[in-house]
Design a protein around this ligand. Structure first.
Ligand SMILES: *Cc1c(COP(=O)(O)O)cnc(C)c1O
Length: 391
């Protein structure tokens, strides 16, 4: 290098050899591409998901660390990360479906997913039938010769219905369908859908996996290599790639996922059981409570009942709005899965595009408040909720 001009030396930064050292923490490979000594290795890397790292839209070592970590937690063979949960969901749906196909989806569905599926039907000629999340017979009835895929969510938003994963995935398997499960609300700590017969698991890693409200990301995990390869290939076309820094933050956050989930669930148990006894509260929707329609299923399927719940205030919309503006510790915000407790009013925010009829059908009232419980001390949260309810 010493015979080169400073202009050239400034450009070609030497890379220190690691000489056998292995970093304890995952390094951030903040590079858009990789250089090669062997042109054949370069060419091979372009053509498959597990070849050499070539270009960031195809793969990156920090992103791969995340993909391997989540695939390991979910019990899958490989994963494809994306720039958001919706990016991962779109990679899977557009990667696996073609015009003329038919898809069966559960209702209720996460809002963004519901919109994409409606668009598939309206703009891309992919028909859809909706079934309840716990009715395998309805799946069998809905199957047509051109049906390809069943789409489920482990725990739904905001009324927290739990899907009958073993029953629904078995019905899909009998009919030769691919089952896709959005496991965002449960995380692999509470549920591993591949163990219940699913073929693909998707996550918004924005939520519990990263866990600190500082990342937007998504991931799809696959039970078999062929599906992984197909979706990976489409993901390189779509380009909804995850950034290495977001992958790094997520890998870092995931090291405490089991600890966080335990506290999230325990705090939720405290709040949900106490709110159920409170005179200002008409109903609490959380699968850990014996009165919830999914309680029996949740007891069978989940070692914990999740950390999102909703409740209806006896005073309706006015009471809901007063509660929202009276909390001091809980933040009024969208999203969930971070260490902070967040609350929102579905009727005016996450579910604002639903008609009053649709809202009523999903059980969401004017006074329904959704809570995404954080990992603060439970008594501080309870004090905040009671002072807000007292007003
Ligand atoms: C947030 C969320 C998504 C979408 O994820 P983004 O990271 O916001 O794109 C999908 N499914 C569920 C269940 C979610 O909570």
């Amino acid at each position: 290098m010493s015979d080169l001009h400073p202009d050239t030396r400034a450009v070609h930064v030497p890379q220190p050899p690691l000489n056998g050292s292995v970093p304890i923490a995952t390094p951030i490979y903040q590079t858009s591409g990789f250089a090669f000594e062997d042109p054949a290795v370069f060419a091979d890397g372009m053509s498959r998901p597990d070849g050499a790292f070539v270009y960031g839209r195809l793969s990156n070592p920090t992103v791969r660390a995340l993909e391997d970590a989540v695939a390991g937690l979910e019990g899958g063979v490989a994963a494809v990360a994306a720039g958001s949960g919706m990016g991962a969901i779109n990679c899977v749906l557009f990667g696996l479906l073609s015009p003329g196909d038919h898809l069966i989806a559960q209702k209720p569905l996460y809002g963004g997913t519901a919109t994409v599926i409606a668009d598939l039907a309206r703009r891309f000629g992919i028909a859809v039938s909706y079934v309840p999340e716990d009715d395998p017979a309805a799946v069998r009835d809905a199957v047509r010769p051109e049906t390809r895929l069943l789409y489920l969510e482990t725990i739904a938003n905001p009324m927290t219905q739990v899907a009958d994963l073993p029953g629904m995935c078995a019905a899909a398997r009998e009919a030769g369908l691919i089952s896709v499960v959005d496991n965002t609300f449960a995380s692999p700590v509470l549920c591993r859908p591949l163990e219940h017969g699913a073929d693909v698991v998707v996550h918004s890693v924005t939520k519990y996996l990263s866990g600190h409200s500082d990342v937007l990301g998504g991931i799809a995990v696959f039970a078999d290599e062929a599906l992984h390869r197909k979706v990976w290939s489409f993901s390189t076309e779509l380009g909804a790639t995850l950034d290495p820094f977001a992958a790094w933050l997520t890998v870092r956050g995931m090291q405490t996922l089991p600890l966080r989930m335990a506290r999230h669930c325990e705090n939720t148990r405290v709040l949900a059981t106490r709110l159920a006894e409170h005179p200002a509260v008409e109903a609490v929707h959380w699968p850990g409570l014996p009165g919830h329609p999914s309680h029996q299923l949740a007891v069978k399927l989940l070692p914990g009942f999740g950390a999102v719940f909703s409740f209806d205030l006896t005073g309706g919309r006015a009471a809901g709005e007063r509660f929202m503006s009276s909390v001091r510790l809980a933040l009024l915000a969208p999203s969930l899965g971070g260490v902070e407790t967040l609350i929102l009013h579905p009727a005016t925010t996450s579910h604002r595009s639903q008609t009053p009829g649709e809202l009523a059908a999903s059980g969401i009232g004017e006074g329904t408040v959704r809570v995404a419980v954080g990992i603060e001390h439970a008594e501080d949260l309870w004090s905040d909720f009671t002072q807000a309810l007292d007003r």
